[in-house]
Design a protein around this ligand. Sequence first.
Ligand code: 13P
Length: 340
Amino acid sequence: MGFADLESVAAAMVAAGKGILAADESSGTIKKRFDKIGLESTEEARRTYRELLFTTPAMAQSISGVIFYDETLRQKTSSGVPFTEYLTKLGVVPGIKVDMGAKPMAGFPNETITEGLDGLRERLMEYYKLGARFAKWRAVIDIGAGLPTSYAIHANAQALARYAALCQEQNIVPIVEPEVLMDGGHTLERCEEVTSAVLLEVFQELEGHRVHLEGMILKPNMVISGKKCAQPATPEQVAAATVRCLKRHVPGAVPGIAFLSGGQSPAEAALHLSLMNAVGNLPWHLTFSYGRALQDAALSAWGGKPAGFAAGQNAFAKWARLNGLARNGRFKPGMEAQAA
Ligand code: 13P
């Protein structure tokens, strides 16, 4: 098997001015999001909300791909077109979350290992038939007293690499997502230290598992101070530390890096991405693969009510467009207040 398909899909996912919409909330996570707007999480409510996002006019101008959850990959628009077919026609690549979640790691209190490797080859075959051309697997690393341990980093990196190899065998581009959480009171320096250790291990394992780096996308956290840090880092510090850390640990053969937002506000996430792209002369494309930073405003504007549908779409369109600008280094603070 050649790698041409993998490389062309990966290139499309990080095309200029575009990024990825992470709409792959598991049933448990989407329930938490709906709870905030007082909406019961029924299958039809979840379908309606995803239809709101996917049918937003002009979204394809700034969105290159959408990450689905299993249920959504099988759902249709209200006029009966499968979501995957609807998006593919617009030139938006469908992708699928394939991990089964971060579970407590036996023998390692307060650390997790992501599950989902058993049977993965067969699931990938089915997802390909359903239209998915990329996949996502998220490993979770928490910073705390004495944490993370080097062995939990190793075990998670190994699972990520086994997943990535299986994806490529099935002609599916793996998004490799090792997320260092921004919960807690740690400093930017501590986040940089842990993110460096994680990326080092992840790329060692990817090489060990013979993963074709040109046919994958990395989805990392930004290097940022914890949410409860007494002295939060400035946006310029976040951008500089993130670029420095990535340059040290991510081979230039990787075509693109698509960040998670991880609990940053939409404006923070856009500004950080923009500042990094403004640096220029980077070996890889830098873009977004945001969940909350793209969806939070849309979800509140919609409010779960038919009357809020258009307002929800406008809010999603606005943040997709602003992040499209950030992807090219052209988002400026305050733009969100002016944007319609
Ligand atoms: P957030 O941008 O909300 O962190 O979600 C991205 C994602 O896909 C997490 O796995």
